[in-house]
Ligand binder design. Sequence first.
Ligand SMILES: Cc1ncc(COP(=O)(O)O)c(C=O)c1O
Length: 386
Amino acid sequence: MSDYVPFAEPTLDEAEIDAVTRVLRSGWVSTGVEADSFEKEFANYVGTRHAVALNSCTAALHLALLALGIGPGDEVIVPTITFTATAAAVVHAGATPVLADVEPVHLTLDPEQVEKLIGKRTKAVVPVHFTGRMASPGPLRELCDQHGIALLEDAAHTLPASDGPYRAGQVGDVSAFSFFATKPITTAEGGMLCTDDSRIAEEARVWSLHGLSRGAVNRYRPGARAAYDVDRPGFKYNMSDVQAALGRVQLAKADRLHAARTTIAETYLRELDGLPNLRLPAPDTADNLSSWYLFPVQLRLENMQADRDAFRDELHELGVGTSVHFVPLHHFSWYAENVVRDGQRFPVADAAAGRLLSLPIFPAMDDGAVERVVTAVRKAHEGTRS
Ligand SMILES: Cc1ncc(COP(=O)(O)O)c(C=O)c1O
């Protein structure tokens, strides 16, 4: 199946291979000068004063919550349409996630629902820029300021994205990015915590490396003092220089990778327009730009002979890989049993849940691959119309 279009693939070439090889030959592969440079370059790109390189976005979310002082007895509001890591990080911090429904246009956290859920124990709100579209930054920032609670952006899907004056990563008191293999830029696995607050950055840095007062590179340097203090039982969340070298090359290409994703999204929006049983995502506007990490379509199942999984199988048979983002958290057993409140309902998320399907959208897709996806979707759509 050489013509098979996979759901996602990283865009890596000789520059990444050279950068990684250079670090492998350098004599230092753990956290060091590459991670330090990556942090500075990333902070500059996102527009925050600090960036802390970590081994995942999950780690960034966890440490952001700890640095904000959130723990047992506290509540944190998260959207039900997200990956489990968003809410699991709240549990890791010892706090209680509170699920909120999403708004119907972009399926991002609904500020009206958030307002209803804010109570005395609420300490933070975690909007997810689902698929790369910013989650109501203005209203959520205002709401958090009014109530004196923290805003933590789950920016796993964005690099870059903006909504009016807001840019992903700059709106929250702290934000968390992912460099997982399929993300807008990758370090194979990795994440970044961004903030303007020096105290949050410093706290996250100490938590990320066992609670040590001095990182390894500063202990092993010729002539450096080996002594360190441990002021807490920290975690092992630091990013290696091998990953950081990869990340630096990817970051330098971020705008080009974003432009390629945007072009594919525009092609899908144009070529798939008018298919009656397919609801396409909202397009960019002059001042609202998605990272186009994902291209989610919704199937109008009431008019179709197939369900979402049958439609996916059909696309697979036609040579196109797809995925589902996301099964709402309240549909999973652990969240249903431990997090959903009595009588709580999520009508918007429930209406979208069985219909969502993500099409391939990654920068390495050439015109032929995009065309094959368009043709396959049209054909599957035709075959499943009732
Ligand atoms: C919305 C969201 N948040 C957090 C994460 C976790 O990212 P990571 O795999 O880097 O920990 C993901 C991963 O896919 C995600 O989609």
